[in-house]
Design a protein around this ligand. Structure first.
Ligand code: ADP
Ligand code: MG
Length: 730
């Protein structure tokens, strides 16, 4: 890009106006889920008997026979064709980012020389996409390229444009999971079973426990014209170079500020479309960094919430372009200002009420509450390293323990009241406990509990896993991640903790201990065990890093090494006993993680090298030549100019430029060399480590010199839009 083009692009960006997004004539409650085959639509489009069967499938996991599937497909087709749909696709979540789809038209030969629209039960429930180019970590070798996608009836089908979208799991020919949804569903099943069993100690009528997820999606918007002139944004989703702008987030004037017009139009458009797809959007606001925003829906059952998050992310990208923006979901698009995350608000609820909410109506509610809190903490404590691995990626690594405050350590904030309750339970003497539990173990009264709600206002924003009144908020999840990775580990780990809890309580009961006393005894033991995970202090402080190490928490920050936690015996055992993943699958998935890590850094390094050699160095040399030229010209007019010091400033600048550009040129060569060395390594883990240890740090050290040059070189010549333009044009 020539400098004149840069100014044209920036000029055009400034001229962009908000598009008028018409307000729908209906209210949101009326157009909500317009494009979703909801239960109401099933009721309308399916024969009564088929509707009843579908409810049984959705609510109780009954299996769907082909004959019923044919009738369901016929009803769906009728509904979809009324919306102008001509195609259908299985929509799945492979182990890449994002979702995948392969569209088929609704057409079949009528064998009379014409065509008929057809959509059968078989097409609905199963497809065999040639899936050889999706990552499988070696599970599916290319000669056996078949993967199956199979409908998940718990996720309703929906329509986008002319296509009926059918949410599916994606598995290999031999049954191993090749996606996020298959193990997620198993983890949700495991936590349902384990939590229901524990609930029945308190309330035998409980039939089901549901895991809920409310995510909060952070993102950046950048003008599309500026975006197009940054090869780094285009190829990697983040800026690989760029000096801080004079003003960034230090004034805190963007956070919760009034939403700029073009952004507001984008948000409105996005929300209307998201609501039509059944995503219950609720909250929108400016975030801390300039041009950073957030959208949060109302929480939903975890499986559906994850479908909706995947759908929303692709919708955001599409709608942004309509408004002349690009939506950046990368965790750290800009150095020096906040990155983006995706808080995962997680809770469990029964078919009759919530489980993580206090005060309960009865002492029994309160004991149940404490049980679920403590066993969640046990899960997080035991698998803190694995939970970190579940949210770790090449891109999220920039937030965790690197250039942004949150440390790469998982700990849990509980707040004063809840901490007091746990302390009280732990310290009480047996006599006090008997008092607490009452004669029949029914009068458990924990005085602090009624105050718990007060604590919600005083939240510690530095905790990666904070209790926030009726849920835990897992804050370390990356903004572009599929939440399923974190939700698989969290739900499976809680399932394991609850199952072990129950086994120990049952053993005590079998020895003749009273049920409530048995529960209290085990809880008291566990409160002691999981103590190291509890931390209410400043998670961003240096002291915490040292303290966490002393407590035995996982403090590893190197992304490829953090992935190792998946292969710990404790992790494999947890995944296998909860029936979520087999060792073989975990190994395969880790191969993909390492490979993906390598590829990301490899692409960054390549594009970075290109930008250094094709964008930065030529412009810098040109500017330096202009300075040299000037020195000569001054000398022409005043023959003793240099001797008299008249050229001193320019000569200084010329020297500085030489130092910086010399460093860049030499080190880009070294960077290419380091890549070549790493590329020869065949073991995926070792290769990822090499990329992490040798290639990635060079991007940072070279960048320092480019950013310095940005401050020196004539603004008119600088070939890339600067941070102030990327972050403040909206
Ligand atoms: P904040 O930014 O203060 O954390 P938000 O209102 O932006 O809060 O987001 C909170 C999210 O938590 C929303 O998605 C909300 O629906 C969700 N949430 C609220 N209660 C629960 C719950 N019991 N379980 C799961 N998610 C919940
Ligand atoms: Mg939050």
């Amino acid at each position: 890009m020539s400098s004149s083009l840069r100014f044209e692009v920036v000029g055009e960006a400034f001229k962009k106006k908000a598009i008028d997004v018409p307000t729908p004539s209906e209210r949101p409650s009326e157009f909500f889920a317009k494009y979703v085959f909801t239960r109401q639509k099933m009721f309308k489009y399916l024969p009564a008997e088929v509707y009843r069967k579908m409810c049984d499938v959705m609510d109780n996991g009954a299996s769907l026979d082909l004959k019923t599937a044919d009738l369901v497909a016929a009803g769906m087709k009728k509904w979809a064709m009324e919306l102008g749909v001509t195609h259908c696709t299985h929509w799945f979540q492979p182990l890449t980012e994002g979702t995948a789809e392969k569209h088929d038209a609704f057409v079949e030969h009528d064998w009379k020389g014409g065509m008929v629209e057809e959509f059968t039960g078989k097409q609905l429930i199963q497809q065999e996409p040639d899936a050889s180019s999706f990552p499988s970590g070696g599970i599916r070798s290319t000669f056996e390229a078949r993967g199956y996608s199979a409908w998940d009836p718990a996720s309703p089908v929906f329509v986008i444009g002319d296509t009926l979208m059918i949410p599916t799991v994606f598995i290999s020919y031999t049954g191993e999971a090749l996606d996020y949804k298959a193990p997620l569903k198993k983890a949700l099943h495991a936590v349902d079973k384990a939590a229901t069993d524990v609930c029945r100690y308190f309330y035998p009528e409980v039939k089901k426990v549901i895991s809920n997820l409310g995510w909060e999606q952070e993102y950046f918007l950048v003008d599309e014209g500026l975006y197009a002139t940054r090869p780094d944004l285009l190829m990697t989703g983040r800026t690989l170079m760029g000096h801080d702008s004079a003003k960034n987030q230090q004034m805190d004037d963007h956070y919760f500020g009034s939403i700029p017009g073009r952004v507001a139009a984008f948000m409105k458009d996005l929300e209307i479309q998201a609501l039509e797809l059944g995503i219950p959007c609720k909250t929108r606001h400016n975030e801390v960094a300039p041009n950073q925003f957030e959208l949060a829906p109302i929480f939903e059952e975890t499986n559906l919430a994850i479908d909706h998050n995947m759908l929303l992310m692709s919708l955001m990208k599409r709608v942004a372009r309509k408004h002349g923006f690009r939506c950046l979901l990368h965790e750290k698009p800009f150095a020096g200002i906040n990155g983006s995350g995706k808080h995962n608000n997680w809770s469990l609820a029964t078919d009759t009420g919530v489980l993580l909410h206090a005060p309960g109506k009865t002492p029994l509610d309160n004991l149940r509450f404490v049980t679920f809190i403590v066993e969640t903490l046990m899960a997080v404590y035991r698998h803190n390293g694995l939970l970190k691995a579940s949210i770790m990626s090449a891109t999220n690594a920039h937030r965790l323990g690197a250039n942004e405050a949150p440390p790469a350590i998982i700990s849990s904030f509980l707040g004063k009241q809840l901490s007091d309750v746990l302390e009280h339970l732990e310290d009480a003497t047996d006599d006090e406990l008997i008092d607490l539990a009452g004669k029949h173990g029914m009068k458990l009264d924990i005085p602090q509990i009624p105050e718990l709600m007060i604590d919600n206002t005083d939240r510690n924003r530095t905790s990666p896993f904070a209790f926030t009144g009726n849920r835990f908020e897992f804050r370390a999840v990356g903004s572009q991640a599929n939440c399923a990775a974190a939700m698989i580990v969290l739900n499976a780990a809680v399932a394991e903790a609850l199952t072990e809890f129950k086994a120990r309580v049952d053993a005590l009961i079998a020895e003749g201990t009273d049920k409530m006393k048995a529960i209290l005894k085990v809880i008291r033991e566990d409160i002691k065990v999981c103590k190291p995970i509890h931390f209410d202090g400043n998670g961003y402080s240096e002291e915490w890093k040292a303290e966490a190490k002393r407590r035995g928490l996982d403090t590893e920050a190197s992304c490829p090494l953090v992935f190792d936690r998946y292969l710990d015996e404790s992790s494999v055992k947890m995944f296998e006993t909860t029936n979520v993943l087999k060792r073989f699958e975990i190994e395969a998935r880790n191969e993909i993680k390492w490979e993906t890590y390598t590829k990301k850094i490899q692409i960054e390094a390549r594009i970075f090298g290109d930008m250094c050699l094709n964008h930065i160095i030529p412009v810098v040399t040109r500017y330096q030549s202009a300075l040299i030229d000037n020195v000569h010209k001054v000398q022409d007019i005043f023959p003793d100019a240099t001797a008299a010091g008249l050229n001193a400033d320019n000569i200084d600048l010329i020297k500085k430029i030489s130092e910086h550009s010399g460093f860049i040129t030499r080190n880009v060569d070294k960077l290419i060399e380091a890549r070549k060395v790493a590329n020869k390594i065949t073991d995926e883990r070792a290769k990822a480590i090499a990329y992490h240890d040798t290639v990635a740090p060079m991007l940072e050290s070279i960048r320092y010199h480019i950013d310095k040059l940005e401050l020196i070189v004539d603004d008119e010549m600088w070939p890339l839009p600067k941070y102030r333009e990327l972050l403040f044009i909206r």
